[in-house]
Design a protein around this ligand. Structure first.
Ligand SMILES: Nc1ncnc2c1ncn2[C@@H]1O[C@H](COP(=O)(O)OP(=O)(O)OP(=O)(O)O)[C@@H](O)[C@H]1O
Length: 245
């Protein structure tokens, strides 16, 4: 395998997705490098969720190709390598946080002391340690988001796909979560994250801007700002979207 291929974690080629004949993604080709924090930025309805779901293997492209770690998606065995955090929380409300984590941990093959250690670590990271024995049905919206993130991180996947992970999370915790993303990336984890939050976009190593189902720009936050003569990512995004300040 050529070095360049080894350095690429996620590769999409000409990915289209139609729902009932309506095409919502129009041929997206993108390379995300290993251990990169790559942000997908775009307005509501632009197609971010649709795109990342296909990369996670939860949905299938109508046409085009998606490879993750060199494996053509969707592929069930890739579940062990990918941590996916959906926009809507998928947990069992009647179970406690610990029971939810144990359920998902078992699916990922965790058990015994390792399971216990990972549960302690991820619950500390999302600041929910004292609520581990509470039923998730009694959690607030923000707490559920944090638990969803904990579940995505639980099995230490090589690839993290996070759909708006910090919505409803306060700024202090948001900062510690982003510090952890930096740590994970330094250790080799690849992180693909969708966001609306512009200060988060600035923390990504590279950004892809999506508008109306097309990828309109890719680059580092600095390069995108420089190229468009913008003072902020928000301004750069408006520029690429055809809105000139
Ligand atoms: N299952 C579906 N059936 C029909 N249309 C869908 C389906 N899922 C998504 N869409 C449409 O695809 C388009 C892209 O939606 P998507 O949820 O991917 O956008 P998004 O950028 O993630 O938005 P948001 O930031 O609000 O989550 C929208 O027009 C949406 O209505």
């Amino acid at each position: 395998m050529a070095k360049q291929e080894r350095d690429i974690c996620i590769q999409t080629r000409n990915v289209c997705r139609k729902f009932n004949d309506k095409e919502v993604l129009h041929g997206i080709s993108l390379d995300v490098r290993r251990s990169e924090i790559f942000g997908l930025l775009g307005p509501s309805g632009s197609g971010k969720t649709t795109f990342v779901k296909m990369i996670a293997g939860i949905d299938e492209a109508t046409s085009g190709e998606i490879d993750v770690l060199g494996t053509r998606m969707p592929k069930l065995k890739m579940m062990n390598h990918i941590g996916y955090m959906a926009q809507s929380d998928a947990m069992y409300a009647e179970l406690t946080a610990k029971e939810n984590l144990e359920f998902f941990g078992a699916l990922f093959g965790l058990r015994g002391a390792k399971m216990k250690r990972r549960i302690d670590e991820v619950m500390a990271l999302v600041n929910l340690t004292e609520h581990v024995k509470r039923p998730v049905g009694a959690y607030s919206g923000g707490m559920k988001r944090r638990l969803s993130l904990a579940i995505a991180l639980l099995h230490e996947p090589e690839v993290l796909i996070l759909d708006e992970p910090t919505v409803g999370i306060d700024p202090v915790l948001r900062k510690s979560i982003w510090d952890e993303f930096d740590n994970l990336s330094r250790q080799g984890t690849t992180i693909l994250v969708t966001t609306h939050v512009m200060d988060e976009a600035d923390k990504c190593h590279r950004l892809g801007m999506i508008r109306d189902g097309s990828l309109i720009a890719v680059g580092t936050p600095e390069a995108l700002k420089l190229e468009t003569g913008s003072a902020s990512i928000e301004e750069a995004f408006l520029y690429y979207g055809g809105v000139r300040a």
